[in-house]
Design a protein around this ligand. Sequence first.
Ligand SMILES: [Ca+2]
Ligand SMILES: [Ca+2]
Ligand SMILES: [Ca+2]
Ligand SMILES: [Ca+2]
Length: 626
Amino acid sequence: MRFLAAFLLLMAESAGPSVHGKVTDESGRSVSGATVSLSTAGAAQSLLAVSSDDGSYSFRSLRVGAEYELRAEREGLGSPVRTLRAGNADETVTIDLKISSRILFEDITAKTGIDFTLRNGATGHFYQPEIMLGGVAALDYNNDGCMDIFVTNGATLPDEKKAGPQYRNRLYRNNCDMTFTDVTEKAGLAGEGYNMGVAATDFDNDGFVDLFVTGLHHNTLYRNRGDGTFEDVTRKAGLDKTTTWSVSAGWFDYDNDGFLDLFVTNYVAWTPETEVTCQFAGKPFYCHPRDYKGLPNQLFHNNRDGTFTDVSASSGIGDSIGKGMGVSFGDFNGDGLTDVFVANDSIANFLFQNLGNGRFKEVALETGVAYNAQGKAVAGMGSDFRDFNNDGLDDVALDGMYWDGFTLYQNHGKPNFFTDETVSSGVALSTPSRTGWGMGMYDFDNDGYKDLFYAASHFPGTEAQVRASPATPNLVLRNLGNGSFADVSRLAGRDFQHPALFHGAAFADFDNDGRIDIIVTAIDGALRLFRNVSPESGHWIALRLVGTRSNRDGLGSRIRLILPGGNSEYNHATTSVGYASSSEPLVRFGLGPYDYAPEIEVRWPSGRIQRLKDSKADRVLVVREP
Ligand SMILES: [Ca+2]
Ligand SMILES: [Ca+2]
Ligand SMILES: [Ca+2]
Ligand SMILES: [Ca+2]
């Protein structure tokens, strides 16, 4: 009788197909109050329903022949996206939706053979560098298709010496079975001095990834010889003119000549001798950034012969005095020229617009990314300059100190570009009580929407200030696909709840299963490899770009992937993500329920446009520039 009644009701109320079903949890129990959304490609808004007491939902009057995507969410739990095609007018489709944790990580460090502790050399003098280090890189130094790890380390203070093996930088080779071997000694990468950050790419286009390591009074360029060893070419390359304190570096091709140029962020003027002493609650403590003089950043042009020219002055980059932390690259105005975002500590951020004539203009204020919505400069740390809402416009996410919250700027295009959407996106709900360092915008569950990860910890010794331990767990916020994010950190697995003084983070698919993994450093703590074990992760495609006219790694390439439903996703090639760290050069897309992409459009930095048709999912595509 109930079915008949429902059928009659349907006949009476609707003209057109319908879909209905139940929302359940992992153990099959009905879930009420779940938000079920139904959308078609290109639709500005989804149709929404809320599951009733017995978990049921329904949508009626669908458009005949239309393709729909259906999914359910509740309190951070979500269902995989399901697709349906609405058939003839009186058809009723039944689709049950199971909601569960979408993003799950397992700490597999103990099984990997990685045994590294980040040493900051602190001895109670509260030297500022002690709370600023921790860069890490994901790179494939031996081209075996498995991502390796390079991690920077501190030194003793005040002499800035790597006094003993505990201060060495390390290179870990991925044995392609998720075990790693320490190959530092053979590679010649133990380093010297007090290191901060790292930027990996193939600067000389010989097919082998090279390393630039930043630090106090000393930066180093290592050229990969291709035989498992590296050569210090800093002086030969003309990169030995350093400031007192470089934090991050990044590689990008600002003049699109096929050779990658080098951007270096500099923090503040600092020496152990001139270190100021500060107090907090009557006791010696780390000083505020305002107690130090800022520095200009640096830009070095790649001369294509292994040498670089310092163009900081002629490019205009050197005109802006900041307190530079993370650097990330995007193209905010879509003119094919890569722009530079620099997070500054406690002063306005910088956005350097690439003018295309070798000059940059600092436009953070007029484009809306200098301050947050409250008109406040935040203590910016790491940033990522990517498109979180798949509208083809690069957005900016950054993190900072616990009183600010982590800012999310959405790009609306010309003429005014960015608005602060930290509150409307829900990012503000979970971040004001946190301090973030490394971070990145990656699609951890491959549902087609880039999520947010933040490596989090307060300064050591701030127990009284933050009324908690400075060691904290990391944060992961899931992109719900409707402009908002849900904090799913507590649902991300037991290992994810582990607190530490987390700092740098690099992103790569270390086990080549299509789910992006994270390597995270922690002060006085273990380097941890969080393997992404998200259940019911969607289909995926990763692009490994091989530039011919463009730079070999294809950095700066902009990629649009068109899904079978007609929606598009956007991403670009960069290794400069987060704080003082360097991530894999591959460009990733989550495809959700779709096992192929009808079209992938690659816009190379050279200007070439390449279109790939009907690419099968769940693989790395090697794309050579035509
Ligand atoms: Ca490798
Ligand atoms: Ca966007
Ligand atoms: Ca996602
Ligand atoms: Ca993985």
